[in-house]
Design a protein around this ligand. Structure first.
Ligand SMILES: [Zn+2]
Length: 272
């Protein structure tokens, strides 16, 4: 088994994430003013625009893929009052052969080495078009809307009305998922698993209050670029940077890296 990690190149999947229903990714309630809404959304501290933290999307993709792969050996990463069990391989060698941990990373346990994630999920910012549209709507909030939710206490039947802030239906965010190609033999399976996690997320919910209809999203994939290390070195080189419109056509990118593998194993002829 390969022990040293190498980087052969990157596969960049980009596009927009569209909110088909309102979306609520909650921010901390610390530093809130009196009279503010009960449950605000997370915002960029500088621009005040709502955004989706890459960690929120990555966590969702990971949790759903874990279920889809029926992985056991869960580790408790929560607290005593709020136990959270997730699958994590206990060392890098195991993680390298685990379909989940090699994509999303694992933290070593009892002296085991960490396995950094192959997948990077950037924070998702509002698209320029959505920003313009949301600037025009008048809700009294910046780029968002608020909605009254009435939670009913199941025992006392008392109503507990509260105000939730959410990003309105129709808003779009730019997304970028970057996969590090480290092992050509595992690349195809990894990309297929990322695709699977994306599809299940569309049938699930992102953010809070999913059971009440929030957080239905659609990934509009606009491009998939495969770039080998040679492609990064030569800034003018376009070879190895194929942009295709559908994940189904990622075959070209697999071929790109397969070729790369053969090239690197063939001795390079000295130039004359
Ligand atoms: Zn694992």
């Amino acid at each position: 088994m390969q022990t040293e990690r190498i980087l052969l190149g990157k596969v960049i999947i980009s596009g927009t994430l569209e909110c088909l229903t309102g979306l609520h990714i909650g921010a901390s309630k610390e530093n809130m003013e009196i009279g503010a809404i009960d449950s605000p959304v997370v915002r960029d501290p500088v621009t005040r625009e709502p955004y989706i933290p890459g960690s929120s999307l990555k966590g969702k993709l990971r949790a759903l893929l874990e279920k889809a792969l029926c992985l056991i050996d869960r580790r408790d990463i929560g607290t005593r009052n709020n136990p959270v069990k997730i699958h994590v391989c206990e060392d890098a060698a195991k993680a390298h052969n685990c379909q989940l941990c090699r994509i999303f990373g694992s933290t070593g346990y009892n002296g085991g080495k960490n396995f950094p994630a192959r997948l990077i999920v950037r924070d998702l910012r509002l698209t320029a078009e959505s920003r313009d549209k949301l600037e025009d709507i008048d809700t009294g909030l910046q780029y968002t809307e608020w909605k009254f939710e009435n939670a009913i206490d199941r025992i006392t039947s008392a109503a507990n009305p509260r105000q939730l802030e959410r990003v309105p239906r129709g808003a779009e965010f730019d997304f970028e998922l970057i996969y590090n190609v480290e092992d050509v033999n595992q690349m195809k399976e990894d990309i297929e698993n990322i695709k699977l996690a994306i599809s299940i997320t569309e049938a699930d919910a992102l953010g809070g209050h999913g059971s009440r209809g929030y957080g239905k999203v659609k990934f509009n994939i606009k491009g998939i670029a495969g770039k080998t290390i040679e492609g990064f070195k030569d800034k003018t080189l376009v070879i190895g940077n194929k942009t295709i419109d559908s994940v189904e056509r990622i075959k070209d990118i697999y071929e790109l890296f397969q070729n790369k593998k053969t090239e690197s194993q063939t001795p390079v002829a000295a130039s004359t």
